[in-house]
Design a protein around this ligand. Structure first.
Ligand code: HPA
Length: 278
C-alpha cells in the first residue's frame, strides 16, 4: 500500500490550481463527471483547463475514453471546477487516491460537491437511461479512503458520521430542479463493487437483498472523503444498463458509454439547474 498523502500534499495541489486558475474566491461547486458525461465540461464558459498530470501530487487517469483534466469555468452565474475523468480503484489506485481530489476541493473552499456516474440498475422498476439521485450506499469492500493515519486538518475526529453523506438538502434541490425541467429523477441506494469485472447474477441478487437499487464501480471513495471533510455532496447516477442476470443480455462497456451519451442533454439540464440554485 502506498502511504496516504498528508495534508500538505492537498494544500500543494490546491495552491497550484488556485494560481493557474487565478481564483479569487472559492469555486461555488466541484463536479466529478462520470462515463459518458464528460461533455459537461464543454458547457462551461471562460475555462481554464489543467491536465491532471500538471497538478502536483494528483493521480493521472488511464481509462482511454475519459479525459484526465480539471476544468475551471463559469455556468449559470457560478464558478465550478469540473473533473473530466476520475480515479477508479480498479485502475490500480489506492482508495485514498480515488478520493484525493475531494480533499483538494475542500482545501480550495468548495462547499458543494456534485458526483455523477454510470450504473447498472438492480431495481427492476428502473430502465436504462433513468437518472437517479443516490440516497445512500453499501460498500462491501473492506477498504476505505480514510484508512491510515487520521488527517486532523480535514476533521479532528477519527470516526465520522455518514448519515447525511448524500446531502438531503442538495437532493431536495435536485428533485425540485428535475420537476421544473421535466426530468424524471428517481432515488435509490448505490451498491459499490470495485470491478473491473461486472458483477455475477448472484452478486446482483445479493446486493438487491441487501437493499441496493444500483450498482457501480466509482463514487463511494469520493463521497466518504466528502463526509470526512464536511463537504455536502450530491450524487446523480445514470442507469446505463440493467445489472447482471436481470435481462440476461451481456453488459458491455459500449452500452454503458452510449446510454450515458444519450442522456447527456437531460443530465446537463439537471446539473446546470442545480448549480444555478446553490
Ligand atoms: N455494474 C457495475 N458498474 C457499472 C454497471 C454495472 O452493471 N453499469 C455501469 N457501471
Amino acid at each position: 500500500m502506498k502511504t496516504p498523502a498528508k495534508y500538505g500534499a492537498y494544500v500543494e495541489s490546491a495552491e497550484y490550481i488556485r494560481r493557474i486558475c487565478k481564483m479569487e474566491s472559492a469555486p461555488d461547486a466541484a463536479i466529478i463527471l462520470g462515463s459518458g458525461l464528460g461533455g459537461y465540461a464543454d458547457e462551461l464558459a471562460d475555462t481554464v483547463v489543467i491536465p491532471y498530470a500538471d497538478i502536483p501530487n494528483f493521480p493521472t487517469s488511464t481509462v482511454s475514453y475519459q479525459k484526465g483534466e480539471l476544468v475551471y469555468g463559469k455556468i449559470a452565474g457560478k464558478t465550478v471546477l469540473a473533473m473530466n475523468g476520475r480515479f477508479h480503484f480498479y485502475e490500480g489506485w489506492e482508495m485514498w487516491e480515488c478520493a484525493y481530489p475531494v480533499g483538494v476541493f475542500k482545501v480550495l473552499g468548495v462547499n458543494t460537491l456534485i458526483v455523477t456516474n454510470a450504473s447498472g440498475g438492480i431495481n427492476e422498476s428502473y430502465r436504462p437511461g433513468d437518472l437517479v439521485a443516490v440516497t445512500d450506499h453499501i460498500k462491501l469492500s473492506p477498504d476505505s479512503p480514510l484508512r491510515g493515519p487520521n488527517i486532523p486538518e480535514f476533521a479532528s475526529d477519527r470516526f465520522f458520521d455518514m448519515q447525511n453523506a448524500y446531502s438531503r438538502e442538495l437532493r431536495a434541490v435536485a428533485m425540485a430542479v428535475a420537476a421544473e425541467v421535466h426530468i424524471k429523477l428517481r432515488t435509490g441506494v448505490y451498491g459499490y463493487m470495485t470491478g473491473p469485472q461486472y458483477e455475477t447474477p448472484t452478486e446482483i441478487r445479493m446486493l438487491r437483498m441487501l437493499g441496493a437499487d444500483l450498482v457501480g464501480m466509482s463514487t463511494v471513495p469520493e463521497i466518504i472523503m466528502a463526509a470526512k471533510c464536511g463537504l455536502p455532496a450530491l450524487c446523480i447516477s445514470c442507469v446505463t444498463n440493467m445489472a447482471a442476470g436481470i435481462t440476461g443480455a451481456a453488459i458491455t462497456e459500449d452500452e454503458v458509454v452510449e446510454t450515458g451519451k444519450l442522456r447527456a442533454e437531460s443530465f446537463k439540464a439537471l446539473v446546470t439547474g442545480i448549480i444555478s440554485k446553490i
